[in-house]
Design a protein around this ligand. Structure first.
Ligand SMILES: [Zn+2]
Length: 165
C-alpha cells in the first residue's frame, strides 16, 4: 500500500498472493473451530491455541461458523471496523511473544499486567502498542522496533497502576 509500484504485473501477483494467504488463514480459523465443535478429532497445538482465542470471543462465533462469509468479509479499519481475524491473530502473536519471551522481558511484564488487569484486557491493551509498532515498521519498511514496543508497554503498566481503583 505504501510502496507504489509501476510494475503492474508484479503488483497483481503480490496482491493475489495476499488474497490467497488471507483466504487460507481465514479457512484455517473456520476449520479449527468446526473441528473443535464436532470433537471428533484431536486438535494440534496450534489448533488448541486458536480454539482458546476463539472461545474468548463469542461475538465471532457466528461468523466463524459461516465459512463463505468469513472468507469474503471486508473490513475497513478507517471506518472503525474491527477485523476479527486480525484481532485474533494479535492475541496469538502476543501469546507467542510471551511464550518465547521475545522481545526479552515481555514474559515478566505480561505477568505483571495480567495480575493487574486479567488476560483478556491486558492483551487488548497490548494490541494498541503492538499495532503502533507494526504500523511504524510498515511505514518505514523496517522490522518492528522492539524497544519502542517495550517502552509503550512500560507506559501502559504505569497507567494501569495509577488508574487502579
Ligand atoms: Zn480480543
Amino acid at each position: 500500500m505504501v510502496i507504489m509500484s509501476s510494475d503492474n504485473a508484479s503488483n497483481t501477483t503480490s496482491s493475489d498472493q495476499y488474497e490467497q494467504q488471507r483466504e487460507q488463514l481465514r479457512q484455517f480459523y473456520c476449520d479449527t473451530w468446526d473441528k473443535h465443535l464436532k470433537q471428533q478429532q484431536t486438535l494440534t497445538d496450534l489448533e488448541q491455541q486458536v480454539t482458546a482465542v476463539i472461545k474468548e470471543h463469542p461475538e465471532y462465533h457466528g461468523l466463524l461458523e459461516n465459512k463463505e462469509a468469513s472468507v469474503n468479509a471486508e473490513y475497513l479499519p478507517e471506518m472503525g471496523e474491527n477485523n476479527p481475524f486480525l484481532h485474533m491473530g494479535m492475541h496469538l502473536g502476543i501469546r507467542e511473544q510471551v511464550t518465547t519471551n521475545r522481545p526479552v522481558g515481555i514474559a515478566e511484564l505480561y505477568q505483571r499486567l495480567v495480575a493487574l488487569k486479567g488476560v483478556h484486557d491486558t492483551e487488548h491493551e497490548m494490541m494498541e502498542c503492538l499495532s503502533e509498532a507494526m504500523w511504524q515498521a510498515q511505514q518505514n519498511n523496517i522490522a518492528p522496533d522492539e524497544n519502542s514496543y517495550l517502552d509503550c508497554l512500560g507506559k501502559m503498566e504505569e497507567k494501569f497502576r495509577t488508574n487502579k481503583d
